[in-house]
Design a binder for this molecule. Structure first.
Ligand code: NDP
Length: 266
C-alpha cells in the first residue's frame, strides 16, 4: 500500500482541524471539477473549497463522495452568496447548498462577501450560528470581511468567526488584517494564493525558486504555510495539482521569507 502525505492542519478556535493546504474550485466548470477533485484527493488534498457562486457544488459533492476516502477525512467548505443575506434566506441558501452537495454536513460555511447593509451581516451570522448549533456545519466563518466588520460580528454574535478568507498572496500580503486576525483568534485563509498565477512571474519568487530547486508555485505556497495561512490554490492541470501539494519536504530560510515580505505592493 502506498503512503499518502497529507497536509498539516491548523486548529480553529472551536477545535476543528482544517488542512492548511486545500484545493479551490472557482471557475472550474461542472464538467471539469470532478476529474480535478479526484486528482486532488489522489495527490493527498483533503480540503475542497467551493461556493454557491461557483455552480459546481453538485459535482464537487459527487467527487467527494466517490473519492474513495471516508467523508470525515475530507474537509468541505462552501459559501453563502449575496442573494441569501438575512436570517431566513441564509438558512434556505445553506439548505440548498447542502442538498446540491449531497452531504449530511459541511465542515465550514462562510459568508462569501459582507452585505453592503451592515445589519444584515449580523442577522446572517445569527443564521450561521444556528446552522452550526444544528450540527450541519462544523465551523462557520466569513470571507472578504474588513477588520471593522469582523469586530462587529465578534461583539454582537455568540460565536467568533473561525476564519476570514481574503485575497492574499506575495504581492498582496494583508499584514494589517493578519494582525487583527491573530489578535482575535481568527485563522487567515488566503484566496488566490498564487495571485492568480501572476505572482509566479515575480523576479524575487523566481530567484528563490532557482536557489531552492523548487517551482515558483511551490515557493509561494511554502511561504503561505510558514506564515500560518490556510491556502487553497486552484488548478485543473493534474501535474500542477500534484506540484502544488509537494511542499511539505522543504523550508524557506528566514532570508527568503524576508525577501518575499518586501514584494508586497498592496
Ligand atoms: P490562484 O491563485 O489559485 O491561481 C489559479 C491560477 O493559477 C489558474 O490559472 C491555474 O491554472 C494557475 N496555476 C495553478 N497552479 C499553478 C502552477 N503550479 N504553475 C503555474 N500556474 C498554476 O487563484 P484562484 O482565483 O483560483 O483562487 C484559488 C481559490 O480561492 C479559488 O478556486 C476559490 O476556491 C477561492 N477564491 C475565493 C474567493 C472569495 O471571494 N472568497 C475569490 C477568489 C477565489 P490552471 O488551472 O490552468 O492549471
Amino acid at each position: 500500500m502506498t503512503h499518502t502525505t497529507l497536509s498539516p492542519t491548523l486548529t480553529l478556535h472551536d477545535d476543528v482541524a482544517i488542512p492548511q493546504l486545500g484545493f479551490g474550485v472557482y471557475q472550474v466548470s461542472g464538467a471539469q471539477v470532478g476529474p480535478a477533485v479526484t486528482a486532488a484527493v489522489e495527490a493527498g488534498y483533503r480540503h475542497i473549497d467551493t461556493a454557491k457562486l461557483y455552480r459546481n457544488e453538485e459535482e464537487v459533492g459527487d467527487a467527494v463522495r466517490g473519492a474513495g476516502v471516508p467523508r470525515q477525512d475530507v474537509f468541505v467548505t462552501t459559501k453563502l452568496w449575496g442573494d441569501d443575506h438575512g436570517y431566513d434566506a441564509a438558512r434556505r441558501g445553506f439548505d440548498a447548498s447542502l442538498g446540491r452537495l449531497g452531504l449530511e454536513y459541511v465542515d465550514l460555511y462562510l459568508i462569501h462577501w459582507p452585505s453592503p447593509e451592515d445589519d444584515l451581516n449580523v442577522e446572517t451570522w445569527r443564521a450561521l450560528e444556528r446552522i452550526r448549533a444544528d450540527g450541519l456545519t462544523r465551523a462557520i466563518g466569513v470571507s472578504n470581511f474588513g477588520a471593522d466588520q469582523l469586530r462587529r460580528l465578534a461583539d454582537e454574535g455568540d460565536v467568533l468567526p473561525s476564519i476570514n478568507q481574503v485575497q492574499l498572496h506575495p504581492t498582496m500580503q494583508q499584514d494589517g488584517l493578519r494582525s487583527v486576525h491573530e489578535e482575535m483568534g481568527v485563522v487567515t485563509e488566503a484566496w488566490a494564493p498564487l495571485g492568480k498565477a501572476r505572482d509566479l512571474d515575480d523576479p524575487v519568487v523566481r530567484e528563490i525558486a532557482d536557489q531552492t530547486g523548487r517551482t515558483p508555485a511551490q515557493v509561494v505556497l511554502r511561504w503561505h504555510l510558514q506564515l500560518g495561512n490556510v491556502a487553497i490554490p486552484k488548478s485543473v492541470t493534474p501535474e500542477r495539482i500534484r506540484e502544488n501539494f509537494a511542499v511539505f519536504d522543504f523550508e524557506l530560510s528566514d532570508d527568503a521569507m524576508a525577501q518575499l515580505a518586501r514584494i508586497d505592493s498592496a
